[in-house]
Each structure stands twice: as structure tokens, then as C-alpha cells.
Design a protein around this ligand. Structure first.
Ligand code: ZN
Length: 414
């Protein structure tokens, strides 16, 4: 039974970028295939904010990533289990992902969200993170105790609980529970944390195997190990090596998530260190990355899938993307601009509405403003990564990257 259902997850590399680690491939899951590289829109609480699943499907999304922490707190993972799993609950019949909850437990729960950014600031010690803000999450070797950001109630996540929650939610691809660090933690703390994450990864494999056997009537769920190590080459390589060689209860990870503190300037390099240590035949997901330049760097260096809240979050604040860069469609400049957001975009929004109309909707605070802008930004980002895939297949990835970024980064329109 396990052998049979395990057959329903696989990854095939179709073409590699000559002389680079990047590749195009296909991930197969029980709910269909994902042609990679691919951008996966985020539906944190089993909903991509302001969009019906039909719109998400029409804009070309191949999968959705939801969040275990949020769904555990509300409505509760047992509700999703009873509903028949995440996809069925939200009426999305393509592949789904959930992240482990580690990031949210330690960022939202811990109350030091603002420190977990992608830039290296002046802070350089553990104390700087914990002392200046009320810390609402406590990490120990067994797991994390945290306060709900909804009602202040106390909860505890361990690797086992994260696996149980993610099995109940029932996504096709789930992630191991890891400890999140920031670029501001000391080197010594990064080493301790990496070892803790390694030990947690073993516990995730054991619990995942137990749950997979116990719930053998459910569709197979693929477990990805999460690689940390911040900005340190030796730690990043060690994490990749440790987790790719890891085998416990007779199983190994089905793929890998590249997570944690990433200094944007060296993102491509960090991904390349890990990709060169990871097995070629397993997919790699770059967690929380969605800016065009970062997507190119990730794809070039071997990442296969990406998720990020930025395209949809920015859309709700009227920041929209075009081939010539990002601009704010609610600015006065566009009040009487009757052209589409992006003349080269074939999304529902660009096919049917003008900048002037979106400008009006945002100023009038109409809900449709968020819907239309979100459709466009997600269509733009999904299509950008789809074009990278096509460029890899056509052996023109580097030319496409140079051409696209020269235009996109040239100037902002507002
Ligand atoms: Zn569009």
C-alpha cells in the first residue's frame, strides 16, 4: 500500500541550464503535475486573499501553498481532515503545499517579526533580538512553546505535532519542522540551531512514516526537509549533505526546502552551495522568495519551486508589476490612463480593465480593487517563472534573464 501510493510522487529533470545548476522538470503529485520551475501562490489560511480558486486557476497557478500554523489555530487541522483535506476544503483540485509552521511560530509567535528581514542590520547578537521585544515563543530542544497571535492562548509545536497537523491538513507536499534563525543570530547560535533542526528532521521522518502507514487510505504526502545555515557556506553545505543523506524509519526526504535567513545579495550563491550538495533527482523549494531578480537567481542556481506573499500583498496596497518595473496604480498619474496595467499581459485584469479604473477602485476603497490587482500580480509572477522554464527548454535562459531584468529594473513608472 505504501509502495503503491509512494509512486504518486516523483520528480523528473527534463533539461539543465548548460554549465549551471538550474533545471526544468516535472513534479508529479496525487493531485496532478507541476511543471518547474514554478511560482506557487500563497493561500495562508486556505484562501488566496480576494481570489476565488477559479480565478487562480485561470491565471495559470499550478499549485497553492497554505500555512500549517494559521490553519492549526483556525479553523483547526481536524476540521480540514474531516473536510477531506486542504484541496477539497477550499475547492482547489490541483497540488497543494503546507509549510511546517516553524516560521510563523517563531516570527508571529515570537513577536520579533520586524527583525526577521532579509537585510543585515547593525544588530549582531542573540540578545539584540530577544531583549528589545517581548518574546512570545520559547524554543527548547523538544519544540517550541508559543502564544497564539489571535487570542494569546498558549500552544506547543514539536516536530511530531507539526507532522500530525500537516497530515490532517493533507497537502501533497509538506515540510519538516525547523528552527528559524535570523541573520542577527551569532555564528555559535546558528551552529546549535542547525544541529537542533537536524535532530528535528529525524523526528519528522519517523513521525511522517508512522502517520503515512497509519493513514494509508489517504493520498501520499511528500515530505521535504528544510535546510538552514544562514549566510555561512560550511553550514549551508552541511545542512544539505546531512538532510540528503538522512534516512530514518526506512525513509528519506522526498525533496528539500531552502529556508531561513537569506541575505538577498548572496541569495544565488547560497542556493548554489546547497544545490551542488543535494541529489539531482529531488525537487528543491525556495521558501518565501518572489521578487523577479531573486526568482532568476533562484532558478539559475537550482531551485525548482517558489512561494511568496509579496505579489498578492503588494497588489492589495495598489503596487502592481509591469515589464518596465513596479508602480503604484493609485497614484494621480494614472487617474486618466486608459491603458491596461501591462500591455503585454494577457490576464483577466489587463484584458478587461484600465489603469484609470483600478485607480478609481483603490481610491473608492472598493473590494474589487484588491481582486483585480491580485489577479494581475500573480499572473505576472507565475508567467515570469513559466517563461524562465520555457527559456531553459529553449537554451536561452541567460539571454532572457539579462533582457528581462534590464527592462524591469530600468525605472519605476511613478
Ligand atoms: Zn495583467
Amino acid at each position: 500500500m505504501v509502495e503503491l501510493s509512494a509512486m504518486s510522487f516523483s520528480f523528473e529533470v527534463q533539461k539543465e541550464i548548460s554549465g549551471q545548476l538550474g533545471r526544468a522538470g516535472v513534479i508529479s503529485t496525487p493531485h496532478g503535475q507541476i511543471a518547474t520551475p514554478a511560482f506557487i501562490p500563497v493561500g495562508t489560511k486556505a484562501s488566496v486573499k480576494s481570489l476565488a480558486p477559479e480565478a487562480l486557476n485561470n491565471l495559470g497557478a499550478q499549485a497553492v501553498l497554505a500555512n500549517a500554523y494559521h490553519l492549526y489555530l483556525q479553523p483547526g487541522s481536524e476540521t480540514l481532515d474531516q473536510a477531506g483535506g486542504l484541496g477539497k476544503f477550499m475547492n482547489w483540485n490541483k497540488p497543494t503545499f503546507t509549510d511546517s509552521g516553524g516560521f510563523q511560530v517563531m516570527s508571529l509567535g515570537a513577536g520579533f517579526k520586524k527583525v526577521i528581514d532579509m537585510s543585515l542590520g547593525s544588530l549582531d547578537s542573540d540578545e539584540a533580538i530577544a531583549e528589545s521585544k517581548e518574546r512570545l515563543a520559547h524554543v527548547d530542544d523538544e519544540g517550541v512553546t508559543f502564544k497564539s497571535h489571535l487570542d494569546g492562548s498558549m500552544h506547543r509545536f514539536t516536530p511530531e505535532i507539526s507532522m500530525q497537523v500537516q497530515h490532517q491538513i493533507g497537502a501533497d507536499i509538506i515540510f519538516a519542522f525547523d528552527e528559524l534563525t535570523t541573520l542577527h543570530n551569532t555564528r555559535k547560535y546558528q551552529e546549535q540551531s542547525l544541529e537542533r533542526t537536524r535532530l528535528w528532521a529525524i523526528r519528522c521522518l519517523d513521525e511522517h512514516k508512522r502517520l503515512t502507514d497509519q493513514r494509508s487510505d489517504k493520498p501520499y504526502q511528500a515530505l521535504f526537509g528544510v535546510l538552514q545555515g544562514a549566510q555561512y557556506e560550511d553550514l549551508r553545505r552541511k545542512a544539505a549533505k546531512d538532510l540528503s543523506e538522512m534516512n530514518s524509519s526506512g525513509i528519506a526526504f522526498d525533496g528539500f526546502g531552502i529556508g531561513g535567513a537569506l541575505d538577498k545579495a548572496s541569495l544565488g550563491q547560497i542556493v548554489s552551495w546547497m544545490s551542488s550538495e543535494l541529489p539531482r533527482d529531488k525537487p528543491r523549494h525556495l521558501l518565501g522568495i518572489g521578487e523577479p531578480a531573486d526568482l532568476f537567481a533562484g532558478v539559475e542556481n537550482g531551485a525548482d519551486t517558489f512561494d511568496c506573499v509579496a505579489p498578492s500583498r503588494e497588489a492589495r496596497t495598489s503596487a502592481v508589476y509591469s515589464e518596465n518595473g513596479r508602480f503604484n496604480v493609485s497614484s494621480a498619474t494614472y487617474k486618466k490612463d486608459f491603458s491596461p496595467i501591462d500591455k503585454d499581459c494577457n490576464c483577466y485584469t489587463c484584458n478587461n480593465f484600465t489603469r484609470a479604473y483600478l485607480n478609481h477602485l483603490f481610491r473608492a476603497k472598493e473590494m474589487l480593487a484588491s481582486t483585480l490587482a491580485t489577479i494581475h500580480n500573480l499572473a505576472f509572477t507565475v508567467r515570469l517563472v513559466d517563461r524562465m522554464r520555457q527559456a531553459i527548454l529553449d537554451e536561452s535562459f541567460l539571454e532572457f534573464k539579462t533582457e528581462f531584468l534590464a527592462k524591469f529594473q530600468a525605472k519605476a513608472l511613478d
